[in-house]
Design a binder for this molecule. Structure first.
Ligand SMILES: [Zn+2]
Length: 373
């Protein structure tokens, strides 16, 4: 009996050792993904197990508005050992019986994002100054935050439409956005204009160049910040975390989409450091991480969002920067730049885009770049 115990003891030690071998320290990795489409639970499990084994720790999962989807997919993700966050766009909302067309944002020409959106058809942004809009969002995120299988809510499109597009996208849309133009500048609905007048005495519609009015910018930063911080209180009251995908910066984020995200009460920040959109290299990713972590003063982790090239062989002949992205040979530098400039980890857009070559480089980087204690 004693011998058996001894053998069993050694066996336990062996098991512990074997487990610790597979759990070497590595960089924390999240991934943006979505679905489930027609995938069965078994298919989801195969995919999630594979990602977990490759080094992904958590998913930001875009599964629509139905809490039931997050319950089902979340169960599979949790069983695979992944964190599971519901990734749901905030201010961009398509036709929905719960939304009145009058609640959509209005540009400087008086056109509504509901029926005349900027740039692309899906740019139907809501007005952030309407209490009805907040209630819609509170209901939406509240019902999903109640799902036991989710760890958190991940906001996206929590912003105004781009008043300035990323430099790399100007050609695509045939634009030169060296200043703010009224057709891309929101929101000039009666509620926003009225509330701003009541607050400052300024009738913004009578101002020749509203982009010169600093308090008008701040008024709109604050509208978004208020929505985020109210949602954060609600989600926290349900003991869940709340995070967001944000533009790089926050200085670029303020200038382009009016996100003053360093004032947001979030549990983590996921800046989309998509360098190709800005015609920049991997060093720029590091600069953006440094600015970001400095601006939030390390009160929450920042995960550096990396845009992976979906088809590396075609990148050089592809005119659309939205199909560019990090090449396999840039991936290690992108991860390194992020980590050495204060990021707590990275977030991949998207794991489906990763080629075999990417995964091989990724594995080396996430285990090789951890600071030894
Ligand atoms: Zn408005």
């Amino acid at each position: 009996m004693k011998v058996m115990k001894k053998i069993f003891g050694w066996f336990l030690i062996f098991i512990l050792f074997a487990c610790s071998e597979t759990k070497q320290p590595k960089i924390t990795v999240y991934a943006w993904t979505g679905g489930p489409g027609k995938a069965t639970d078994t298919e989801l499990k195969t995919k999630f197990d594979d990602w977990k084994q490759k080094g992904i720790d958590g998913l930001m999962y875009n599964g629509g508005h139905d809490p039931e989807t997050y319950r089902r997919v979340g169960k599979v993700a949790k069983a695979a050992g992944l964190e599971f966050h519901a990734w749901i766009p905030t201010m961009v909302q398509g036709n929905n019986p719960k939304l009145d067309s009058a609640w959509y944002a209005v540009n400087g020409l008086g056109e509504s994002a509901y029926d005349k959106p900027a740039y692309v058809d899906h740019y139907k942004f809501l007005c952030p100054d309407r209490e009805e809009v907040y209630h819609f969002l509170d209901d939406l995120y509240g019902s999903v935050a109640d799902v036991p299988e989710i760890d958190g809510i991940h906001l996206d499109f929590i912003r105004f439409p781009d008043v300035i597009l990323a430099r790399g996208l100007w050609d695509k849309y045939g634009l030169v956005q060296d200043r703010e133009f009224p057709q891309f500048d929101y929101c000039y609905c009666d509620k926003c204009v009225g509330d701003f007048k009541a607050k400052t005495g300024i009738d913004i519609k009578s101002v020749e160049d509203p982009s010169q009015v600093e308090v008008w910018k701040q008024f709109r930063y604050d509208l978004i910040t208020n929505i985020v911080n109210r949602l954060a209180d609600m989600v926290h009251s349900k003991n869940k975390v709340i995070t967001a995908a944000v533009f790089p910066g926050p200085s670029l984020a303020e200038k382009m989409v009016r996100q003053e995200w360093n004032k947001w009460n979030l549990d983590a920040f996921y800046p989309m450091n998509y360098n190709d959109f800005y015609l920049e290299g991997t060093e720029w990713i590091g600069e953006m991480c440094k600015e970001g972590v400095t601006s939030i003063d390390n009160r929450a982790p920042l995960y550096s969002g990396l845009f992976i090239c979906p088809d590396p062989a075609k990148k050089s002949s592809e005119p659309d920067p939205e199909n560019h992205g990090l090449m396999p040979e840039e991936l290690e530098a992108a991860i390194k730049e992020s980590m050495s400039n204060g990021a707590a980890g990275i977030c991949l857009f998207t794991p489906e885009r990763m080629t075999d070559e990417d995964w091989a480089i990724f594995e080396k980087a996430i285990y090789g770049l951890v600071e030894k204690p």
